[in-house]
Design a protein around this ligand. Sequence first.
Ligand code: NAD
Length: 253
Amino acid sequence: MKRFSGKVVFVTGAGRGIGKSVSTAFAEEEARVCLVDIEEESLSITVNELKEKGHEVRGFAADISNPEKVNEVVDQVAELFGKIDILVNNAGVLRDNILFKMSDSDWDTVMNVHLKGTFNCSRAIQKYMVKHHFGRIINISSTSALGNRGQANYSTAKAGLQGFTKTLAIELGAFGITVNAVAPGFIETDMTKATAERMGLSFGDLVKYSVSQIPVGRSGQPEDIANAVLFFAMDESSFVNGQVLYVAGGPKN
Ligand code: NAD
């Protein structure tokens, strides 16, 4: 028996990066993992990779900002497995720009994916958690919640997720459900690769600069975030509720 044997886990933005690493970590601990992503190609590559290793995983192509689609996928998963124990709200996008250049669409897209998407998934899944009197919801925030140049939209959304986390922790605690957030610092993924490109830097140079600002002297890897997510998801973490854990190699970055 491994740590998450028998648990059903729902991970958004699971096709690559942090979501892929979180899904892999749960699968390796014998959880049954439902991977959700808007990008079908990377999703199916990741799902097949995990299946080939013998893990029990399912892929669902969905845009989490669409409430009807989210309800449909969640009901499908609940019918398939009879329950949903753990939700990781990880899907995310960037539309960075300095305020005066930020378009309505840059603002709306970021709010829709991070805030609306997390709301859609949490609302749809909590009813199954309440029914079984057990649940773990883990939201992926960011150190950008503390403020970051060029990210008025993203930092607002990531700070909003922290308020959402604390409110759900209060509302759902009585039903055996804990709600916590992990706030990553600089993690090497396609998202930070795209940031380097936007800044006109090579990825190597961006990593080098970031590492120079990080007390532990290295950049973050997706596995660093997966470890923190698994901590909140454990049965033994039932008294940890409404917390934000910064995983950034130091107090900020
Ligand atoms: P990534 O771009 O590599 O992966 C994000 C995934 O989310 C992609 O597979 C993408 O297709 C999916 N996605 C985007 N919009 C979606 C939608 N509407 N519906 C379903 N899926 C959607 O990014 P990542 O670095 O792995 O980031 C994962 C999470 O961690 C994000 O919420 C991000 O904001 C957060 N984060 C990342 C860093 C970092 O340094 N990489 C730092 C702090 C927080």
